[in-house]
Design a protein around this ligand. Structure first.
Ligand SMILES: *[C@@H]1O[C@H](CO)[C@@H](O)[C@H](O)[C@H]1NC(C)=O
Ligand SMILES: *[C@@H]1O[C@H](CO)[C@@H](O)[C@H](O)[C@H]1NC(C)=O
Ligand SMILES: *[C@@H]1O[C@H](CO)[C@@H](O)[C@H](O)[C@H]1NC(C)=O
Ligand SMILES: *[C@@H]1O[C@H](CO)[C@@H](O)[C@H](O)[C@H]1NC(C)=O
Ligand SMILES: *[C@@H]1O[C@H](CO)[C@@H](O)[C@H](O)[C@H]1NC(C)=O
Ligand SMILES: *[C@@H]1O[C@H](CO)[C@@H](O)[C@H](O)[C@H]1NC(C)=O
Ligand SMILES: *[C@@H]1O[C@H](CO)[C@@H](O)[C@H](O)[C@H]1NC(C)=O
Ligand SMILES: *[C@@H]1O[C@H](CO)[C@@H](O)[C@H](O)[C@H]1NC(C)=O
Ligand SMILES: *[C@@H]1O[C@H](CO)[C@@H](O)[C@H](O)[C@H]1NC(C)=O
Ligand SMILES: *[C@@H]1O[C@H](CO)[C@@H](O)[C@H](O)[C@H]1NC(C)=O
Ligand SMILES: *[C@@H]1O[C@H](CO)[C@@H](O)[C@H](O)[C@H]1NC(C)=O
Length: 811
């Protein structure tokens, strides 16, 4: 018994202490009394000391005070009411400096004056005889007749308290949310007891009172009566016929043990909160505000208006955890909540051409998120790859939303609004972000990434997952970041494409055979094999694990060792976004290996001749990419490199389907003398220029010829040589394309390809360029510079001469 008694005694002492601290409680506040923000008389307490009316310092501004009613017994001093003044039809919280004075004047009027003596606030009320701070949290001006002339319960801010009633009546009874918990400025939500009898929740445009479509309503037009916060801990809306529509409920009927409030929070949710009053209860309940009931339950789903930001602010997204009744606001990866200093915002320049855009930006993925608004373009049917690409190359596009079940893609611009994440959202959001230079080592599994960013805010929580901690989190993040997300780019350097940044041009690394054997798990996975050797997949275990392709060169003679080193150095210093990059090599005894960056999307061979026809725009992009890569090899790098083996198998695609030429620079290694007649034809049937079969010098024009073949294949999505085609005229594409071109029937070449038909002029231009490249006489063929200009449409394309003579010389 003894310990138990001692415990009770302790509780009793604590209760005594609590009461002694409330000893200053006022009864009647007489005329002539005044308050100042600083000094002993800064507030008037209610008899119980539960509530105080007076000046509250504004968080984050020591020289600014709010005129407010607050819970005085709890350490947070939670504000339940604050004065607002209106100017130009806009209400805003009254905030005054420290030497302001609030006085209940001798004439019975309450008046707040700033240090210069100007009245900054006064309730619209007739003369009072005295004032009282009531134990309900209501501050009242009482007339000589003993009747209330004005009370804070009449003009609620964002909170209502037990016994408070908002009747349907002469004037709108409105709760307006704060902007954020620490900023009492007008927020983005309204709760209105309308004169027409309807109780309605509205999102509103910031800095205005414009109301969007409601996100909740009682639907009691003509019949609604009043919103009641009953002292039993229940908030309901009464209807004239006597029915009560439940809004929220404490769930515990012990008002004596808890402080109670219901607040329209900054996220638009109306939540009822409890705080344990007595020390007894505090042994069970944590000393903090706990949300026990809320409406609407899932704000993320509730708001769906065409304008406005939604629950979380622009560019963020909302997620509701039903197990905890908790709403969180998150920023997408590479975005962060705004702070006062604007982030280093580098939007995509509209001057970038398609390829530059692809080089500088990429799309990262978040599943199960949607921003239902801000669409400006829709595509269907379409695949995800094309959806990504169309957004990357469009400077207006900030994100694309892809729905796999309907093959639909929506392009969206900033700011994004009404973001919502839920398992039921059957969409994938692709967010445009600047490329980092080692994309291959960063798996783009969206979800794991955003979890790392601890930049979010949370409101509301269940009974026992106290809300205060979470609310503090909100306070902290809101204080620092505000309510909007902005794109955050930590380093401008990341925006530069690897090719343009001088520091990335490192000499190729020398690997040991053992290292590469380990990296490829003993040359286990074969990616492909050709005349020059076999290619294996591997993984470098550096600080950033990088996927690699390791080429084992087979037909290399011992005496070419010196040449190998020279060539490898040349290849290793050849950088272009349309060339596969050589990362390193191995030269041990007879083992010669080249280590390349790994290209995730395979070769043009699979891309073009696979089951599904790739999109026209993607094919155009590949054509331009290959042309630029060849132009670089032929004319722009320090020593001219003739590829000699341009074919679809040697054109690889990265994860954004950027074309990259592989195997360049190997021609010299594999042949003793490039200008000699080539005897053992390496090239693949259908791609080699006629001069290979003649005794004339080999020049860069052999690559131009091969490019011409590939260009036709890209336009028509078929192999140059398809002998199995029944219609013999069509079995060799280069002949057939020439025939079609001469007859003005390009449409036959792209039969059944709606996209290409839609772009038939461009298709015709590409065929014309191809026919120029396929000229029998090498000198007649254009240079790659000319080819790129013709493809771009920068120069006129003369009608190509009929190259029918080449028929005789094709293999
Ligand atoms: C407050 O003033 C009213 C009216 O003068 C009076 O009836 C009441 O007893 C006073 N209450 C207190 C606690 O002084
Ligand atoms: C504070 O208020 C009390 C009671 O109204 C009054 O007696 C006292 O003089 C005031 N103190 C100051 C510093 O104004
Ligand atoms: C603090 O509040 C005063 C008005 O009371 C205002 O003039 C001042 O700009 C505020 N300071 C900050 C840092 O917000
Ligand atoms: C008001 O209530 C009555 C009786 O319940 C009902 O018939 C009527 O439709 C209601 N009015 C509106 C506008 O809902
Ligand atoms: C609260 O409910 C009780 C019983 O239902 C009722 O008597 C009382 O008037 C209600 N309070 C308010 C403020 O409506
Ligand atoms: C009272 O009115 C409400 C709304 O108008 C309606 O939903 C409810 O059924 C009515 N109840 C009765 C008992 O008439
Ligand atoms: C409203 O809540 C009260 C108390 O929790 C309950 O008795 C009543 O049935 C509820 N009314 C409705 C319509 O759900
Ligand atoms: C969440 O809220 C609903 C409705 O207010 C309630 O029924 C449910 O028990 C709550 N869940 C938790 C975990 O608090
Ligand atoms: C990008 O490349 C630069 C220079 O090569 C390097 O310093 C930087 O760490 C790289 N950034 C990333 C994200 O890998
Ligand atoms: C292309 O790469 C992307 C991203 O790595 C991948 O999702 C897609 O499946 C790849 N497509 C093909 C055809 O390999
Ligand atoms: C290549 O062969 C040509 C003609 O046969 C000759 O003139 C030239 O010197 C040779 N070059 C080399 C590097 O062997």
């Amino acid at each position: 018994m003894a310990p138990h008694l001692r415990w009770l005694f302790l509780q009793f002492l604590l209760l005594l202490l609590e009461f002694s601290s409330a000893a200053q409680a006022q009864g009647n506040i007489t005329l002539g009394s005044s308050l100042t923000p600083q000094g002993p008389n800064s507030s008037w307490l209610s008899p119980s000391g539960d509530f105080a009316f007076g000046f509250r310092p504004v968080e984050g501004n020591t020289s600014s005070y709010l005129l407010a009613v607050w819970f005085d017994k709890i350490s947070e001093k939670t504000v339940a009411w604050y004065a607002k003044s209106s100017s130009d039809g806009q209400e805003s919280p009254v905030q005054v400096p420290s030497s302001s004075v609030l006085q209940l004047r001798d004439d019975g009027l309450l008046s707040l004056r700033n240090p210069s003596g100007d009245e900054v606030w006064s309730p619209q009320a007739p003369s009072a005889a005295y004032a009282r701070m009531l134990d309900t949290g209501n501050f009242r001006l009482v007339g000589a007749d003993g009747k209330a002339k004005w009370e804070t319960f009449d003009v609620p801010a964002d909170t209502i308290l037990p016994t408070q009633v908002l009747p349907v009546g002469q004037q709108d009874k409105v709760l307006r949310s704060r902007l954020i918990p620490t900023d009492y400025a007008n927020g983005r939500f309204l709760l209105v007891v309308q004169p027409d009898g309807n109780l309605v929740f509205y999102p509103i445009a910031e800095h205005s009172t414009f109301q969007y479509d409601p996100y909740w309503a009682s639907n009691t037009v003509g019949n609604g009566s009043r919103l009641v916060f009953n002292e039993t801990g229940r908030v309901y809306f009464t209807v004239k016929n006597g029915t009560q529509i439940n809004i929220t409920s404490a769930g515990v009927n012990s008002m004596g043990d808890f402080f109670n409030r219901a607040t329209l929070d900054p996220d638009g949710v109306f939540r009822q909160y409890l705080y344990p009053k007595s020390s007894m209860v505090r042994n069970v309940w944590s000393s903090r505000w706990t949300a026990v009931s809320s409406i609407p339950q899932d704000i993320c789903q509730a708001i769906s208006v065409k304008a406005g930001s939604g629950a979380c602010g622009f560019n963020s997204y909302c997620t509701f955890d039903g197990t905890k009744n908790q709403t969180s606001c998150l920023c997408p990866q590479r975005y962060k909540f705004f702070d006062n200093e604007r982030p280093d915002f580098v939007p995509q320049s509209c001057d970038l051409d398609e390829e530059a855009a692809m080089a500088e930006f990429e799309m990262t993925l978040i599943n199960s998120v949607d921003w239902p608004q801000s669409d400006y373009e829709q595509y269907s049917p379409i695949d995800e790859t094309e959806c990504r690409r169309l957004c990357v190359i469009d400077c207006f596009c900030a994100t694309a939303v892809f729905q796999a079940s309907t093959n639909t893609c929506w392009k969206k611009k900033l700011p994004l609004s009404n973001g919502n994440m839920a398992e039921s959202v059957d969409r994938t959001v692709l967010i445009k972000v600047p490329r980092s230079n080692n994309t291959q080592s960063q798996p783009s599994s969206g979800s794991s990434k955003w979890k790392k960013d601890k930049k979010y805010w949370i409101l509301g929580s269940s009974l026992f997952f106290g809300s205060s901690v979470l609310l503090n989190l909100l306070l902290i993040s809101i204080l620092l970041f505000g309510t909007y997300c902005g794109i955050s780019i930590t380093s401008k350097k990341k925006l530069q494409s690897p090719q343009s940044s001088g520091s990335s041009i490192l000499p190729p690394k020398i690997f040991t055979y053992n290292e590469l054997e380990k990296a490829t798990s003993g040359f286990h996975e074969v990616l492909g094999s050709g005349a020059s050797g076999t290619v294996y997949k591997g993984q470098l275990q550096d600080e950033h694990p990088t996927s690699i392709a390791v080429k084992k060169i087979e037909k290399l003679q011992q005496e070419t060792e010196k040449e190998f080193m020279v060539e490898v150095q040349t290849i290793g210093q050849t950088f272009h976004k349309n060339l596969v990059r050589l990362l390193g090599f191995c030269n041990e005894g007879t083992d010669r290996l080249l280590v390349y960056e790994f290209m995730t999307n395979g070769s043009l061979n699979e891309f073009l001749f696979g089951d599904a026809r790739p999109h026209w725009s993607l094919r155009v992009q590949v054509a331009l990419g290959v042309a630029r890569g060849l132009l670089y090899l032929h004319e722009e790098c320090s020593t001219q490199i003739i590829h000699c083996n341009i074919k679809p198998q040697n054109i690889l695609l990265d994860d954004n389907f950027m074309a990259k030429i592989a195997d360049f620079g190997l021609a010299k290694l594999l042949r003793a003398n490039q200008t000699q007649t080539y005897t053992g034809i390496r090239g693949t049937r259908g791609y080699v220029a006629p001069e290979w079969f003649k005794n004339i010098g080999i020049t860069s024009k052999v690559d131009v010829y091969s490019f011409g073949v590939i260009l036709l294949e890209l336009v028509c999505c078929r192999r140059n040589v398809e002998l199995e085609i029944a219609d013999e005229e069509r079995s060799i594409l280069t002949y057939w394309a020439n025939d079609c071109y001469r007859c003005g029937r390009i449409d036959l070449l792209v039969e059944g390809d709606d996209e290409a038909n839609f772009n038939i002029k461009k298709a015709e231009r590409f065929v014309a360029v191809a026919l120029w490249c396929l000229q029998e006489e090498p000198t007649m063929r254009p240079t790659m510079l000319k080819v790129t200009q013709m493809l771009d449409g920068a120069v006129q394309i003369p009608t190509p001469p009929d190259p029918s003579s080449f028929i005789s010389s094709l293999p």
